[in-house]
Ligand binder design. Structure first.
Ligand code: HEM
Length: 212
């Protein structure tokens, strides 16, 4: 299953949109993914938008989490703080997810086998599950504590977990750019977690399929 995913990433990276020669083989460096990665301005525009939108997304989440922890805006109901910033959080998330997906598309095989990127994806999923639990379990009786300057322990716990997980996503996002832990450098358990042997196999096979 995971080898199939690795091969799918190689297809995106080397084949999709590529020119083909007379024998039908994809011509090296012509795929859409490679073109995006080597673009003069587009990649940087996407990266810049991804990072700047972080302020909109993480900044507004910070306000809500700090209010839930009872540390800021204590006189304002939780719902007033949350509802005021929600459109900005959602807009930030949509732009971050879209630009993030596009950045991923510029180098899919490497990101897929990048252990730090995998950690980021894991933290993203965990943070999303935390939001889900908060909405369905903790917030169910919000009317009771909406105006409270110190919401109940369950709400404070969810807010604390949210802060830790989103900070972890940001730190992992920043470190994913460096090659310290990538296949080729990674050893031992890190290389295992990133499935580096599979990465090498897929890479060799993908390169053999290209027209020279
Ligand atoms: C919504 C929450 C997200 C946050 C808080 C976040 C955060 C970050 C941060 C801080 C960076 C580092 C930028 C830099 O300083 O160079 C980054 C880069 C990146 N993110 Fe995200 N991201 C998010 C969502 C996503 C998603 C959903 C994807 C993919 C589907 C993604 C893919 C990427 C990629 C590919 C990079 C470029 C890494 C590099 O420079 O090589 N991100 N992100």
């Amino acid at each position: 299953m995971s080898l199939h995913l690795s091969e799918a990433m190689a297809y995106l990276q080397y084949q999709l949109g590529a020119d083909v020669d007379s024998s039908g083989r994809a011509v090296i460096d012509t795929s859409w993914s490679t073109q995006l990665q080597s673009s003069e301005h587009l990649w940087m525009l996407l990266e810049g938008t991804h990072v700047l939108t972080l302020m909109l997304f993480a900044g507004t989440i910070l306000f809500v989490d700090l209010r839930l922890l009872g540390l800021v805006f204590r006189k304002a109901p939780v719902s007033a703080v949350a509802d005021t910033v929600l459109p900005y959080t959602v807009a930030g998330f949509v732009i971050m997810a879209a630009t993030g997906a596009a950045l991923f598309f510029a180098n899919p095989l490497e990101y897929y086998h990048n252990p730090v990127f995998r950690l980021k994806a894991l933290f993203l999923v965990a943070a999303s599950i935390n939001i889900f639990i908060f909405h369905w379990r903790v917030q169910a009786n919000r009317t009771k504590w909406d105006a409270s300057d110190r919401p109940p322990a369950a709400a404070r716990t969810a807010a604390g977990i949210s802060l830790v997980l989103w900070i972890a996503v940001i730190v992992a996002g920043r470190y994913a750019a460096y090659d310290w832990f990538r296949c080729g450098q990674a050893t031992g358990v890190v290389a295992e977690l990133a499935q580096c042997t599979e990465f090498e196999t897929t890479l060799v096979e993908a390169e053999q399929e290209l027209a020279v």
